[in-house]
Design a protein around this ligand. Structure first.
Ligand code: TYD
Length: 219
């Protein structure tokens, strides 16, 4: 049964706007749901998020960054995600365990098997049934991020400051992870209009929600 969905993608993939629109859609359908995000959805997470995104790229070692992210996830899953799942709600998380494989693994070059093991500790085995990976060329993503930056007073995040080569490794990482798990992951290209991308996401989620219903009908 579709209960836990994660939305993944590189910086500037248009993820935040798409998740807002998805929430409006789920709201209109009356779907009991919790929309959440990593890093930073719990009170502890808000403090961790500040440490993670502020400052210069080199202000944290790769290992320190990893443990802050895992601490955020460990708290998030126990304080927010599992309680919502136990109440039968649909949980939609903006980033989750795949981000650690893409950013710390493919981006920073940390060992993927080690990260998978640490993710198992952090998540306690709570994993999404569906992951939508929003994908776009790095040049497009960087232009979007720069445009957002010019309209905002917030400083560029430590991750955005890493530059194009890092973002390219992250993108390739997400695509490789998605290809390795086609039953869980769906890649959506974000080169269409905002609403075209949104329609695709809504269809993917609807199909999974309905597929569960059909299976129940057959039995
Ligand atoms: P996010 O708020 O989603 O940034 P954006 O809106 O730019 O997509 O996430 C903040 C940063 O945290 C993002 O640049 C990626 C990074 N991150 C990791 O490196 N590893 C992780 O496991 C997670 C969850 C996030």
């Amino acid at each position: 049964m579709l209960r836990f969905v994660t939305i993944e993608g590189g910086d500037g993939s248009g993820k935040s706007r798409q998740i807002e629109l998805l929430d409006e859609y789920l709201d209109a359908r009356g779907e009991p749901r919790v929309l959440t995000r990593e890093p930073g959805d719990t009170p502890l997470g808000k403090k961790l998020r500040r440490l993670l995104v502020e400052g210069r790229p080199e202000s944290l070692s790769d290992e320190t960054e990893l443990f802050l992210i895992l601490a955020d996830r460990a708290q998030h899953v126990r304080e927010v995600i599992r309680p919502a799942l136990e109440q039968g709600k649909l949980v939609v998380s903006d980033r989750y365990a795949d981000s650690t494989l893409a950013y710390q693994g493919y981006g920073r070059g940390m060992d993927l098997e080690l990260l998978r093991g640490l993710n198992r500790v952090a998540t306690g085995g709570t994993m999404p049934e569906l992951t939508i990976v929003l994908d776009c060329p790095v040049e497009v993503a960087l232009a979007r991020a720069a445009d957002r930056g010019s309209r905002s007073t917030a400083p560029e995040s430590r991750f955005e400051a890493e530059g194009a080569a890092f973002q390219r490794r992250v993108r390739d990482g997400f695509l490789e992870l998605a290809a390795a798990e086609p039953s869980r992951c769906v890649v959506v290209q974000t080169d269409g209009s905002v609403m075209e991308v949104q329609e695709k996401m809504r269809r993917i989620i609807d199909e999974r929600l309905h597929a569960d219903g059909e299976r129940r009908d057959v039995r």
